[in-house]
Ligand binder design. Structure first.
Ligand code: HEC
Length: 163
């Protein structure tokens, strides 16, 4: 099977170099990161964006998606997605902090008693270890407020946030 795959790949390269109008390129590279959580069209995503509360309704989703690449090393957004280094985030808005069954949280996050909303998540991702000393989310933080707004809008749409 491996040999067949290599042969096909080689054939594809030959085909690509032989033809200047290349056919649609296959997603390249290992494990394409930060795939959109749900297969929504661009128009669907813009419509979902418009329904979000301000200031998220005017966020830049393309930038939010690009910045979410920093999160997607540890988090998935889609319903039923796996927890990785960090918990699956589907339904996180309105969810009690540190409450996803089956994920082992830090005592520090459990002790907050928070319920996640946009403002909490904004200060959390600005600098997790300042927001919750002792957290095990080892993420340096997103310093630019606009990046945070954009990524939160992207996470809202990807996690099924209901305005
Ligand atoms: C290096 C891995 C890593 C990265 C990168 C990361 N996180 Fe996390 N995240 C975690 C871990 C681990 C936890 C659990 C923290 C704890 O228990 O103290 C967590 C928790 C969370 C929670 C709370 C979830 C809950 O169920 O209470 C949210 C929301 C969150 N992360 C959002 C983000 C966003 C948005 C980004 C990107 C801007 C991000 N994280 C980047 C690992 C990561």
């Amino acid at each position: 099977m491996r040999r067949l795959g290599l042969t096909l790949a080689a054939t594809a390269i030959v085909a690509l170099s032989a033809c200047s109008k290349a056919p649609t390129t296959a997603p390249a590279g290992p494990a394409a990161p930060a795939a959109p959580a749900a297969p929504m069209s661009a128009a669907d995503r813009q419509a979902a964006l418009a329904k979000l509360p301000a200031p998220y309704n005017t966020a830049d989703l393309a930038n939010g998606e690009a910045k979410f690449a920093l999160c997607s090393a540890c988090h998935t957004l889609a319903a039923g997605g796996p927890s990785m280094t960090g918990p699956n985030l589907h339904g996180v808005f309105g969810r009690k902090a540190a409450s996803l069954a089956g994920f082992t949280y830090s005592e520090a996050l459990k002790a907050t008693g928070w319920t996640w909303d946009a403002a909490r998540i904004d200060s959390w991702i600005a600098d997790p270890k300042v927001a919750v000393p002792g957290t095990k989310m080892t993420f340096a933080g997103l310093k630019d407020p606009k990046d945070r707004t954009d990524v939160i809008a992207y996470v809202m749409i990807g996690t099924g946030f209901q305005p």
